[in-house]
Design a binder for this molecule. Sequence first.
Ligand code: GLN
Length: 587
Amino acid sequence: MSKENELLASVSDVSTESEFFSPIPKGYKKGKTRYVFVMGTVMSGLGKGIFSSCMAKLLQDKGLKVAPIKLEGYLNVDSGTLNPFRHGEVFVLDDGMECDMDLGTYERLLDQDLSKANFATSGQIFSAVLNKERHGDYLGRDVQMIPHVTGEVKLKLRELAMKSKADVVFVEIGGTVGDLENAYFIEATRELAYEEGPGSCCFVALTYILEPKTLGEQKSKAAQLGIKQLMQCGVQPDIIACRAGSPVNEKARQKISIYSNVPFERVISLPDSASIYMIPAMLRENGLDFQVIRMLKIEDRINLQKERREWGKWCDFTEKMEKMDRQVTIGITGKYITVRDSYASIINALEHAGIALGCKESIKWIDTTDVDDSNVAEALEGVDGIIVPGGFGTRGTEGKIACVKYARENKMPYLGLCFGFQMAVIEFARNVCGLKNANSTEIKPKCSEPVIDILPEQKEIEGLGGNMRLGGHDIDLKPQTLAWKIFGKKDSVRMRFRHRYEVDPKYIETLEEKGLIFSGKAPNLPIMQILELKDHPFFMGTQAHPCLTSRPLRPQPMFVGLVAAALQRHYPDEKLPDCEKAVQAVK
Ligand code: GLN
């Protein structure tokens, strides 16, 4: 048989003789995994990711295995090339996938490491379909949005179900119902629910209740129309979560219930909350966890003892949030200072550390474009500790270096993240080692002392988006250093990376001779990954992005160290524990 005929034979049952086309992974058992689909109407930015992760957390606490996935409408294959100013931070997973910041919310709430199986974009879906078309997988058929593109979406969801062995897969559809971009995702979920059979899927629609100031009352029409639009797509929601500035009244909920066939008790009010960590309790009070469990008929899979334990831990954490009686100010230098979303993980990591230490942080954003040695003290006024976060390009770099110098000389707690690590190396080389022209070749390509240079392995890879060192890597820790101590005296830790440049190994000796301690290194490669200084309350930099792996109940030690040192600086008379003791106490 010719190659072509062979292919034809293998797909003929799905491509020519039947209208049914739904690629199913080998070994997949229908009905084993349940699905919850979360979509938004009226507008974007309703917090679908937050809702979905909080629901998933409530089910996970009950002993169920959950797996989230975000479906993004855009055509980029990953988020690596997106500008954080437009789209929020690029979140990097352990396997190197660059994805939407919502994946960070899932990882934090579920305390679970995710992978590329948990993230799909239209770019990925269409690439997969086009590759299959060229490969001859659809021979005999015209390749169509339905069933082929929707088939690819269903395949991705079922693959996740199999790989994760989840009891429940939570599917968040990016964008808003009515967007051209995500219409085929909604269609795919409708098809999946039809194929999996009754009781296997639960559709949640998030909507928004308007409350115009001039009227002074809540208006549900936009929500009703949004839900109607969803129903026109063939999707009957099972739960409607009404987002609003204040609690949604019964009248508005009744109207929505009548209009949408959704029982009143499943039309819930979800007003804005001061912290996303309060939302699991809100959903629980509404009884939504058991509504979903009953709808999906998985009562027999839950473990109420486990739930009591897990919920107790969570409540201890949220209670601590209410008892934060101290306050410190952390300065963050940044290019994207107008958009908090660009630094979401850092803000979260600071919050986790603060809650553990009973202290609130106010953040002072520092635009370093016009900062230099003459005015840096003024720029850092009132700051108890400083973070120089990740960054690219040249803008504001001299100002960042001035901030590092100030922190080093004035014993101000300092944490340098990725770019901030590189800035600390440049500052030390210039001002302690006397290498006046020290710089990074990213900033000054022809500089005479390139202490930071492009990674040799990256020089060979061309093309934007494809030449970064990405994802989780192990870091060997040097015994007796501060890093070694705050990481619990372990030999090695794992952190996530996203960089192209590194310390040029030929400068390591000079830097170390003058007192810079490289306390973390890549195993088997001369890549410096953590630095610190002696005789300083807290001065640490890392080539990694430790903020990506900070979790509410497991705050990241570097952030705990920074906040503890900032607390000591702010409350000098209170004899507070130093960074090392504070990290130990948190464990
Ligand atoms: N621009 C630097 C590099 O590519 C730092 C990257 C970052 O901060 N994420 O190495």
